[in-house]
Design a protein around this ligand. Sequence first.
Ligand code: AMP
Ligand code: MG
Length: 430
Amino acid sequence: MTKLGKDKDDATGQEGQLSSRGGVCLSNLLVTLEQRLSVLSAEEVVWDQAVGRVLAEPVVASSPLPAFARAAMDGFAVQSTDLAEATAERPCCLRITGKAYPARPYLGEVAKGTAIRIMTGAPIPVGADAVVMLEDCEVSPDNQWVYFRRPVAPGRHVIAVGEDVAQGQLVLQAGRRLRPSDVALLVALGLSRCRVVRCPRVGLILTGPELVPPGCPPAVGQIVDSNSPMLAALIDRDGGRLVWLQRLPDERQQLLAVVQQALQQEIDLLLFCGGSSRGDEDFVPQVAAACGELVAHGLALKPGAPTGFAWLFSGPPMTRRLPAVLLPGNPVACLVAYELLAGRIVRRLAGRSWELPHRRRVLPLRDPVVSQPGRLDWVRVRFEQGRAVPLLGRGASSLFSLAEADGFLLVPENVAGYSAETPVEVYLFD
Ligand code: AMP
Ligand code: MG
């Protein structure tokens, strides 16, 4: 295990001594994890559950779309050769012999010299090869005859069989995240189910005797667990689902027992939150190491130094390796550790991108940002008159600083900071 880093993210914003003691380089850890983690297996879902899911297999059209030739306009279905001589001076006249509606086709044939009144979406009757739009037709007062003042090209206003999708065509690639219109395409092709990547199931263990569940009034010295709703929403955003949650005090034996319980659950990732530093009551790293392999603990990251990653082993004979992330308890540090590490794992399992999901914008910095070389800094910024204003010295516990910020920027390990007016890439919170 690589074990470095300072003891705790300081809630006062002074957690800056990490680089003197080093810390695990997040980028290196990510390279290893990206290779070791794979997309979950597939499951079948019905169309109404498919939006946002990632296709596990390509979709090939088993039938053409449309399956029958149909009218693209209201008008008259004709044999185009009948109108070859039509001019404004000498209109061509055809006898109206029937009507075609969507789902009520004209069952006869359009013979030479005849026309069929047709509505948009109706099947093109046998014999016809073009539709003249209503605006270009003159119907006799007795509705028996229709006049045309110019020729029509064959195929005009006819949507041909397979014009949209040919039978056997690959329409959606594996790995695609299904959009609402993709689901429309699937059902139009007659596919009511598709195979998608299974939704990652995430467990969460929160430690700290001071925590009360959201919605419960805290007693003196207690605080509301504000991290679990945030994490649940972030997991959701990344295509996973929080399915199992436990809150417990900082007690080693109890933590060990709950981790054993977690290993019995049907989960694909376990998150710990809190108790991940090196204080007297921070048992999470020890317990993670006792239940598997603590791969990294203490990152060169600000805020978020008390972050770690472990593989937990279970199921005789230790065949299952459950990925586990140790998140700091301080809310901002917790968010940062989730975004930069845990969220990537959720997305990888879900078949989504390893990259951060935020939209980005390049803006000049209003004020300089200083960072220690060797450390990755996550800096909250607010937008002001087209510039990014860094919110400095706000610490790892300030939830309001997140509300004030419009996004964040990253100062990589090999960069010592940015001077004012440097254009920086900002990741948007929206
Ligand atoms: P820890 O990481 O356990 O040392 O906690 C660091 C700080 O974060 C402490 O002030 C905790 O009270 C706070 N904290 C821990 N867990 C949570 C949580 N779930 N929600 C909000 N704050 C928390
Ligand atoms: Mg704690």
